[in-house]
Design a protein around this ligand. Structure first.
Ligand SMILES: [Zn+2]
Ligand SMILES: [Zn+2]
Length: 344
């Protein structure tokens, strides 16, 4: 089968790879109909996250179950399903608490040995461990493009809003309007936020945020702190969401958030960074962080998408063939796309 493999920083290739086989009773094999290119794939593409050459990339997928072990009870052959970006065992200390994103046996698709040696979904077929937890049936009327988001990007945007404890009538600032930030804008709206300030420096992304109900604020051309003060009677937002993963964004989120508010850092951090702890302490901020508990949220997110409360489809800017993956990565790297959906 064809698969997109990492070769070296800046180089991916479409290669012939062996068909996956069922290895455990609760494994399933999914024939991939659509797979996304994601910001976290770019971390690998840039060499910031190191994986083995020849490893299959990708962690966003929608497809059809073509084989399932006898321990798979929640989906069956022929079902149209979406995958979560990671798998979880369902039985460890953390899974029993519902913290599936911290599973002791958690594995992320397409991220090499360090994240569980689970071959990726940018391929014609993908092996799915713990399929009862990792897969969900796609509601009949939902498009592949939309469903793709439930297992990763929208689940992550929702997680940020959930972590920040956003309640009806509150004010939220979203810093960074990439796909996750834009999904966080939608999720904040769905959670009942009355005021959403969306901050970025890319005009298209500001326009998208505005279309989703946010007040667009240009990071450099506008004055984010003044804009937030203006929108909140000088108090600051109840929740600040850092969807960038850069200390400048985290610091600004802390500055924009009101006393006793919550800052959720959903952007990726893998290194030591400095922020002004005095600001955090004196304002009694709550700081939440970590990758998203997508498995924990996926049913609710799917239901909200099916009910029209969340709609990620405007974020899909490109459809490409899996065979054109090197071009897709190059386009994404040039920030010319929000979401690229590839079909085998
Ligand atoms: Zn992703
Ligand atoms: Zn577990």
């Amino acid at each position: 089968m064809q698969a997109v493999t990492f070769q070296a920083p800046g180089e991916v290739r479409v290669e012939e790879r062996p068909e996956p086989d069922l290895l455990a009773r609760d494994d399933a094999i999914v024939n991939v109909d659509a797979t996304g290119v994601c910001g976290s794939d770019l971390h690998i593409y840039h060499g910031r996250v190191a994986i083995e050459p020849g490893f299959t990339l990708g962690h966003e997928f929608v497809g059809t179950v073509v084989a399932a072990g006898d321990g798979v009870t929640q989906v069956t052959e022929g079902d149209r399903v979406l995958g979560c970006y990671c798998s979880a065992c369902g039985n460890c200390f953390f899974c029993r608490r519902g913290d599936f994103h911290q599973c002791d046996d958690g594995r992320v698709f397409g991220h090499g040995k360090t994240l569980g040696s689970l071959q990726g979904a940018q391929a014609e077929r993908v092996l799915v461990p713990h399929a009862n937890l990792t897969l969900r049936r796609v509601p009949e009327e939902m498009s592949d493009d939309a469903a793709l988001f439930a297992g990763d990007v929208m689940g992550t945007g929702w997680h940020a809003v959930d972590q920040a404890g956003v309640r009806a009538g509150e004010a939220v600032a979203v810093l960074g309007l990439g796909p996750v930030g834009l999904c966080a804008v939608q999720a904040a709206k769905a959670a009942g936020a009355a005021t959403i300030v969306g901050i970025d420096s890319v005009e298209d992304r500001l326009e998208a945020a505005e279309a989703f109900g946010a007040r667009p604020v240009h990071l450099m051309e506008d004055e984010p702190r003044a804009a937030v003060k203006d929108a909140t009677d000088g108090r600051g937002v109840d929740a600040g969401i850092d969807a960038v993963g850069h200390p400048d964004a985290l610091e600004l989120a802390c500055r924009l958030t009101r006393k006793a508010g919550t800052v959720a850092a959903i952007g990726v951090y893998a290194e030591r960074v400095q922020i002004h702890m005095g600001v955090v302490w004196i304002k009694a901020l709550t700081l939440k962080s970590g990758q998203a508990n997508v498995i924990g949220h996926v049913d609710r997110v799917l239901a909200m998408m099916a009910g029209g409360l969340l709609d990620p489809t405007p974020l899909v800017t490109h459809h490409m063939r899996l065979a054109d993956a090197p071009e897709a990565y190059a386009v994404y790297d040039r920030r010319e796309a929000l979401k690229i959906v590839m079909t085998p």
